[in-house]
Design a protein around this ligand. Structure first.
Ligand code: AKB
Length: 331
């Protein structure tokens, strides 16, 4: 019996080492849902807790543990961390670029104060911490084509300012307290099954829905606005890769990652290969100014060299995947 007990403990220790216990904040958005799915496949359903402040769908509840947690309430997140013996904290709660400009006080509260709470908890409970950053962390003074990891940033949106703040504070906590902070700057992420929440790059998703519904799309950016983009599966893989990377491979704590860059005109041509009658028109709004201050082409060679970042999907692959999914799920 004692031997059996010792074996069980030993197995549990092995299990714990092989499978981190993970908490995702802001998990009901575009990244959280597919990320939780992938992490549960890799590390076991029971090891991933998804949290957010919204009411989850029945489907999401079926997929695994969901808990209400507001990152503005330290105690709530703390309780989740403690009760679930969390090793990895993935902090996705944030207002994106376009919605952030519409409610700056809320963006400051959520993106800045929320991040302070999370950093402090990661320090206290020695969690590995992932916070996504963005192409929006750069500004008009940054080199735009290509944009390297290290250069002038000075973004002009509250979203960008809060993300530079998160990058710098995360790196400070790493150097000062040894917090295992890891951060990727993402381009526009394109997905078919989950919708984005108020970004400047959203056009590149809306365009597919409108192409199927109306055969036409009115784009809020000019046709020649080039922005870096990535298919959702590559994005999810990049998070897994950076979280699994041994310390020795990480020569810096914040990395650019990208997969492709295109303009609305180029995306339209790629869509017209599938829908020859698809028409686009342009009516730029406030988001044009934001896009004009962002990178056109993202230089991610450090990520490719240091931890072998290797995206799989290009523009044609992305268009094919979007239509395949949307055609299959149209009702
Ligand atoms: C946005 O457009 O705000 C986001 C981003 C690029 O971070 N998709």
């Amino acid at each position: 019996l004692i031997r059996q007990f010792a074996l069980t403990i030993h197995r549990r220790q092995l299990h714990d080492k092989a499978h981190p216990r993970i908490l995702i904040t802001g998990g009901c958005g575009q990244l959280g849902v597919p990320l939780a799915k992938r992490l549960r496949q890799l590390y076991g359903t029971e090891n991933v807790v998804l949290s957010d402040i919204v009411r989850p769908s029945d489907e999401l509840l079926r997929q695994g543990t969901y808990r209400y947690a507001d990152v503005m309430d330290v105690k709530q997140v703390q309780e989740l961390l403690v009760n679930n013996q969390i090793d990895w904290l993935i902090h996705l709660s944030a207002l994106l670029s376009a919605v952030g400009e519409r409610d700056v006080p809320l963006a400051m509260k959520l993106n800045i104060e929320g991040t302070h709470n999370i950093l402090e908890l990661a320090r206290k409970y020695k969690c590995r911490l992932f916070i996504p950053s963005t192409i929006g962390a750069f500004g008009p003074e940054s080199p735009r084509n290509p944009t390297p990891d290290f250069c002038i940033q000075r973004p002009r949106t509250i979203y960008g300012v809060s993300k530079v703040h998160a990058e710098l504070l995360g790196e400070y906590f790493f150097h000062r307290y040894g917090v295992d902070f890891r951060c990727l700057r993402f381009p526009g992420i394109i997905s078919a099954d989950t919708k984005p929440g108020g970004g400047t790059t959203d056009y590149a998703i809306e365009i597919f829905h409108e192409a199927l519904k109306a055969g036409a799309y009115k784009c809020y950016l000019r046709g020649n606005t080039r922005l870096p983009m990535m298919w959702i599966d590559d994005c999810i893989q990049s998070i897994v890769d950076i979280m699994e990377a041994p310390d020795s491979k990480l020569k810096q704590r914040t990395y650019n990652v990208s997969a492709m860059s295109f303009t609305p005109d180029e995306l339209t041509k790629a869509i017209q290969k599938y829908k020859p009658n698809f028409k686009i028109s342009y009516q730029p709004d406030d988001r044009q100014k934001i896009a004009d201050s962002w990178p056109e082409v993202f230089d991610d060679h450090n990520a490719r060299e240091h931890w072998k970042w290797n995206p799989k999907v290009d523009l044609d692959g992305l268009v094919q995947r979007m239509f395949e999914y949307l055609e299959k799920h149209k009702n």
